[in-house]
Design a protein around this ligand. Structure first.
Ligand code: DGL
Length: 350
């Protein structure tokens, strides 16, 4: 069957279906999905964030058969450059659109480097049960077998689906559906990079439909206590990485620079090196900096009062959140309180 016939048929179907389709907004922010390479075989060393939203949408005419799609370029960056200002701008725009009756769901196209952080941030500040799906690509739009178009197509279906309502912010690439809280990038370059290593996918995209098998047990989106609508900045929270022979220099530097919180990505179960690191974190705590013990391991629970006397130090533990996600929750927690008992509750709630 010729491509032209398929396209004409799809268009006819779209016209025939008309208003019954869900209204999905696609917000573009950059990344590889909007990237271009010097040739069709360039899959590393390309330029991210060069293709605009209208080009992205026009490259997938099939979108018209599954949703009434509108696009908006919120900003255009490689996502390693993501920052709090961009997050606040994106969150406010998402919430404004979701409050509209004519918006059923939102897709955000995004660089994969920080999808796991942006998705968790939005999971904690989006004030709606409507679907929000974050999508990216591991190959630029110019590459052979670019994964962006099919990922975008699936993301729009997911964002317009009833099944995705109330599931929290979702990350959908490579036919897999992940929860924002637990998903992480597992490979620097392969298309199957997004995993939820031990807790697992929520489901799959198959044959133009979502199939869910699980959902998060933690609070998110409409049930979240965090609200950024009146915020123009977020507290500075930094991460120190644990390793053999670690010293206290980075901790002291972050404290001197005015960090309000420090996440320690410890070895093992969030262990603190002595005699260098534990005293440094203790002193930071006594200066009012909130300390969260996380782990560089990537899976498992960081047990309170396990590898450190958290009650004595007045530290918080990250539960299963990896360091980069613990940083986000601590940042938002600090917009509401500096009470470490309250903050620990938040880490056991979200
Ligand atoms: N520069 C990286 C980013 O924008 C490229 C990775 C990607 O988007 O897949 O996140």
């Amino acid at each position: 069957m010729s491509v032209l016939f398929v396209l004409l048929f799809s268009f006819a179907v779209a016209e025939a279906r008309g208003p019954g389709l869900p209204n999905v907004m696609v917000l573009a922010t950059g990344g590889t999905i909007a990237g271009t390479g010097s040739s069709s075989t360039t899959v590393v060393g390309y330029t991210a964030a060069t293709v605009g939203i209208e080009t992205l949408l026009n490259a997938v005419p099939e979108l018209k058969t599954v949703a009434n799609v509108k696009g908006e370029q919120v900003f255009q960056i490689a996502s390693e450059n993501m920052n709090n200002d961009y997050w606040l701008k994106l969150a406010k725009r998402v919430n404004a659109l979701l409050a509209q009756d004519d918006v059923d769901g939102i897709v955000i196209t995004h660089g994969t480097d920080t999808i796991e952080e942006t998705s968790y941030f939005l999971d904690l500040v989006v004030k709606s049960k409507k679907p929000v799906v974050i999508v990216g690509a591991m190959r630029p739009s110019t590459a052979i077998s670019a994964d962006g178009p099919i990922n975008l197509y699936n993301a729009v279906i997911l964002a317009g689906s009833d099944e995705a309502i109330g599931k929290g912010v979702l990350v959908a690439l490579n036919d897999q559906i992940n929860a924002a809280r637990d998903v992480t990038k597992n490979n620097t370059s392969t298309a199957d990079t997004f995993r939820t290593p031990e807790l697992g996918f929520l489901g799959y995209m198959q044959g133009n439909k979502p199939y869910f098998y699980r959902q998060s047990t933690r609070r998110h989106t409409a049930d979240s206590e965090f609200d950024v609508s009146n915020l123009d900045a977020l507290p500075q929270v930094d991460i120190v990485y644990g390793y053999a022979n670690m010293n206290r220099v980075a901790i002291d530097a972050f404290v001197a620079a005015g960090a309000k919180g420090i996440v320690h990505a410890g070895v093992g179960d969030g262990s603190l090196a002595r005699p260098a690191v534990e005293p440094a974190l203790d002193e930071a705590r006594k200066k009012g900096v909130v300390i969260v013990r996380s782990s560089r391991v990537g899976n498992g629970i960081v047990a309170r009062n396990g590898e450190a006397k958290d009650d004595e130090h007045d530290f918080v533990v990250s539960d299963t959140l990896n360091p980069q996600k613990a940083r986000i929750l601590l940042m938002l927690a600090l917009t509401k309180t500096t009470d470490t008992k309250e903050i620990q509750r938040m880490f056991y709630t979200y």
